[in-house]
Design a protein around this ligand. Structure first.
Ligand SMILES: NC(=O)c1ccc[n+]([C@@H]2O[C@H](COP(=O)([O-])OP(=O)(O)OC[C@H]3O[C@@H](n4cnc5c(N)ncnc54)[C@H](O)[C@@H]3O)[C@@H](O)[C@H]2O)c1
Length: 409
């Protein structure tokens, strides 16, 4: 770099500085600051987190201290107007990692300001919200993308490859389970857990995996849940829930999937997060267990509470690399790196007059595009509608999706 030819910069904003920021965005911004972002199509770019917006600013203040020397100083905005203030910083893209019922307002403000968007899962909670965001992104010529890092898990990539290549033929049914420790609902998320459920928080990972991997048309959603630990037994804050989705494929054949989730599993259970899937096909069966990929570790006085017995080194791990470098890597971080590359390609991957072609090329990549997330949002909205009815004393409702709208019966 020299003063005549400064490197182009992607200026990033961050809304929400909680657990997922620390696990995935922080290591991405630190590593990209040290190494830059390079691709032959867009050259050597700087990616810098220039501003953040959060509720109280406390974690941002702490990170400003801790990050000295790792990333440049950033501006921290707090309070009700924080997102708008952050958007005054001439951003290229902004990421939203607030609690899921606060994704929409921040995402809308970001897109309206002409800034590319990356939002955590679940993107938003209603079809009306996703349609609004997609319309703004379309009108403004922006990327609106959502993080589903499980699609980048090598095991899930292999599953999808086998389905795509027709080695595994027609899925008939399957189950997924994802269990979180009690500390998640009891302390980590205590600020926002009231009125929420673990299905929206984590079943959505598997809704997307099923939707993206097998395709098809979502027709029916059923759900039930249990209460009494996180909140009152007749309230609307859920300990665990069981979701069933029914899909129909072009062949006219159907498949059903059950997804069980909980955030009240005892803190000392073997995996920090327990994740299991089984999919049954006409000619095969896929069994996956992300916690039993091979490592079982015991360290006196550390496992299972300070350190986990069965660690998922594929999602996000801290390593001493064979060449001596300390690193933090995994598919949870790769997915953010990939988004930055997509933005870089749109903005710097060729002549300005071909930007719209580049934008269209990236928007066609369904794995993350908000326009392709509608069916997942329909499933989440249906689940929440059914749980709301159960809390009101009308259990066992069924939601049907006709491709545009949801109806409850
Ligand atoms: N990809 C994954 O596997 C994964 C894992 C965990 C969480 N998440 C998602 O990330 C999001 C955040 O989860 P988390 O675990 O980091 O939560 P958290 O509670 O640890 O952090 C939330 C952050 O959002 C901020 N915030 C809350 N309301 C805000 C508002 N109105 N404006 C600005 N900032 C606000 C808080 O100050 C805090 O910094 C959720 O959508 C969650 O589903 C994704």
């Amino acid at each position: 770099m020299n003063s005549q030819n400064p490197r182009a910069q992607l200026r990033a904003g961050m809304v929400g500085m909680g657990m997922i920021f620390d696990e995935t965005y922080r290591p991405f911004f630190e590593s990209v600051h040290a190494k830059g972002l390079y691709d032959r199509r867009f050259g050597d770019l700087d990616v810098t987190m220039v501003a953040v917006a959060s509720k109280t600013g406390q974690r941002a203040d702490r990170y400003l201290e801790q990050s000295k020397g790792k990333i440049p100083t950033f501006k921290s905005f707090r309070g009700d107007d924080a997102v708008q203030q952050m958007l005054g910083e001439n951003l290229t893209f902004a990421c939203v990692a607030t609690p899921d019922d606060r994704h929409f307002e921040a995402s809308k403000a970001i897109l309206k300001a002409g800034v590319h968007l990356l939002v955590e899962k679940p993107s938003v909670l209603t079809l009306q919200e996703i349609d609004q965001l997609n319309a703004i992104a379309e009108e403004k010529g922006l990327l609106a993308r959502v993080v589903y890092h499980k699609l980048l898990d090598p095991d899930h990539k292999k599953l999808r490859t086998l389905v795509h290549d027709n080695v595994l033929k027609h899925v008939n049914n399957g189950y997924c389970s994802l269990l979180e420790p009690r500390q998640i609902s009891g302390s980590q998320f205590s600020e926002w857990i009231t009125g929420r459920n673990p299905g929206t928080y984590v079943a959505v990972h598997y809704i997307k995996l099923i939707d993206f991997t097998f395709g098809g048309r979502l027709k029916t959603v059923m759900c039930t849940g249990q209460r009494g630990l996180v909140g009152p037994k007749d309230g609307n804050t859920w300990d665990s829930c069981q979701l069933r989705l029914i899909y129909e494929y072009e062949s006219g054949r159907e498949a059903a999937f059950d997804i069980h989730t909980s955030w009240v599993t005892p803190d000392n259970f073997p995996g920090y997060v327990e994740q299991e899937v089984q999919f049954r096909f006409d000619n095969g069966i896929w069994n996956g267990h992300s916690r039993k990929r091979g490592v079982e570790l015991t360290v006196e006085n550390m496992t299972p509470l300070k350190m986990k017995n069965t660690i998922n080194n594929h999602y996000n791990g801290s390593f001493l690399e064979p060449w001596g470098e300390r690193s933090q890597r995994g598919y949870g971080i790769e997915v953010i790196d990939r988004f930055a590359r997509e933005v870089a390609f749109v903005e710097h991957g060729g002549p300005a007059n071909q930007r719209s072609q580049r934008l269209a090329e990236i928007r066609k990549l369904d794995y993350a595009d908000l326009a392709a997330d509608r069916q997942v949002v329909a499933a989440v909205q249906a689940m929440e509608m059914i749980l709301e009815q159960q809390a009101k004393g009308n259990p066992d409702r069924v939601a049907r999706y006709d491709g545009r709208n949801l109806t409850l019966s």
